[in-house]
Ligand binder design. Structure first.
Ligand SMILES: O=C(O)CCC(=O)C(=O)O
Ligand SMILES: [Fe+2]
Length: 156
């Protein structure tokens, strides 16, 4: 049955990532989202002017990681689509968030062939920006619901 097949595929995906996403439409942004996009648009203008990055598009979504979920080590690149240049994550966890809540972001930095894992706690208001196609990363298992906005700055 098609529903069994879908369920099977869904559970395969859940072994890689267990988050739930909600895309944000800039044209319908509320006041807080407008403020967020103003900052992002300033950043894009700055990057294009100073680093000639050629960023033309962006996409952002809210993300919830329910308790027990994670996102296995990956690159933010699709097989046939290399337009994502920068990944941006902004954490929206509660002010009383503590490291026991889990869900650390681990960036696998590389220093002359030597891998250096860099652990980043999703403190509320913290923003992380990294090169989508260069930096492998993962989200460790979450003990308490984890909230964020994640997005990508893209060329073409
Ligand atoms: O939420 C994070 O810290 C990273 C999320 C991530 O890697 C992704 O959505 O591709
Ligand atoms: Fe990612």
């Amino acid at each position: 049955m098609i529903s069994d097949l879908l369920e099977q595929q869904y559970s395969i995906v859940k072994t890689i990532r267990g988050d739930q996403i909600f895309w944000i439409d800039e044209a319908k942004a509320n006041t807080s989202e407008q403020l967020f996009f103003t900052k992002v648009n300033d950043l894009i203008a700055y990057l294009n002017k100073t680093c000639f990055m050629g960023i033309l598009h962006k996409e952002f979504h809210y993300v919830i990681y329910p308790k027990g979920t994670f996102y296995k080590r990956h690159l933010d690149m699709f097989q046939k689509d290399d337009r994502r240049k920068l990944s941006i994550v902004c954490y929206l966890n509660d002010e009383d968030w503590t490291p026991e809540n889990g869900g650390e972001l681990v960036l696998y930095l590389n220093n002359e062939g030597q891998e250096i894992p860099k652990v980043i706690y999703p403190f509320p208001g913290r923003m992380v920006i990294f090169e989508s196609q260069l930096l492998e990363h993962e989200v460790k298992p979450v003990n308490t619901k984890r909230l964020s906005i994640t997005g990508w700055l893209k060329t073409r």
